[in-house]
Design a protein around this ligand. Structure first.
Ligand code: ZN
Length: 246
């Protein structure tokens, strides 16, 4: 089965998690664990987010069909600057998603300044990945529900699906909104199993967040006891459809 990692990062982590990920580390982890494709974005709070996107683009250019870019743009930027960078990343650089990190930017999805992130995803036809869990209350999964209803044409991926502690809430959000997809990195194996049995493998994707966490996530998915057909969707096929990977 094809394995797609929908949540990889490149470069430094200014949030203080203590990681800096190189291109080589991403590729080595993919090779070691049989991952065919990774979707890569900068960590949040880059001092120069445009330059960080350019680095991701160069990485994708050097690894066609294997690495795809995603844009992480500060929701603190005004509408004009935000949309200019979102359009550049998706239309010019071929990026496959936008990312909103409510915790890093202290931007609950309910705040007026978060609206443009959902609007941009809808306009550009790419999923919006919303970090959930750590960083609550702005990162509470349920806060995405009103925006998912406001933009039913947008696909919203809840990264970390509540981060274990708010898993039940992420499931409520996904059960409430058919345009929400769950990516359960850092959750427990039984959370991933429960999500898949509840909302279906067509709305589940795999993410690692860190190269060193990739084998952990893959082992977790194997431990769910899901059927091979469901695993094939959760680990790759659903991501290929949701992120429109050609
Ligand atoms: Zn992440």
């Amino acid at each position: 089965m094809e394995i797609i990692d929908t949540h990889a990062h490149l470069g430094p982590s200014p949030t203080g998690v203590g990681t800096e990920t190189s291109e080589q580390e991403v590729l080595e982890a993919m090779d070691a664990h049989g991952v065919a494709v990774s979707l890569v974005m900068p960590q949040s709070l880059q001092s120069d987010e445009r330059a960080a996107h350019d680095r991701v683009h160069a990485f994708a250019q050097a690894n066609p069909g294997r690495i795809y870019g995603m844009a992480s743009i500060s929701p603190l930027w005004d509408d004009t600057a935000y949309f200019a960078e979102a359009r550049r990343c998706v239309r010019d650089l071929g990026f496959k998603a936008l990312k909103l990190h409510p915790g890093s930017y202290n931007t609950s999805p309910l705040l007026p300044r978060a609206e443009k992130c959902f609007r941009a995803a809808a306009e550009l036809g790419v999923p919006l990945i919303v970090h959930t869990g750590a960083g609550a209350p702005p990162s509470l999964p349920a806060l995405v529900i009103p925006r998912a209803r406001e933009f039913p044409e947008a696909t919203i991926v809840l990264a970390h699906a509540g981060y274990a502690i708010y898993c039940e809430e992420a499931l409520v959000a996904a059960e409430t909104c058919p345009n929400i997809v769950l990516e359960p990195s850092w959750c427990q194996y039984y959370n991933a199993r429960r999500f898949t049995r509840s909302i279906g493998a067509d709305r589940m994707v795999m993410g690692s967040d860190h190269p060193a966490n990739l084998p952990v996530e893959l082992a977790k998915w194997r431990a769910t006891g899901l059927s091979e057909a469901d695993l094939a969707k959760c680990l790759g096929a659903t991501a290929r459809r949701v992120f429109k990977l050609d």
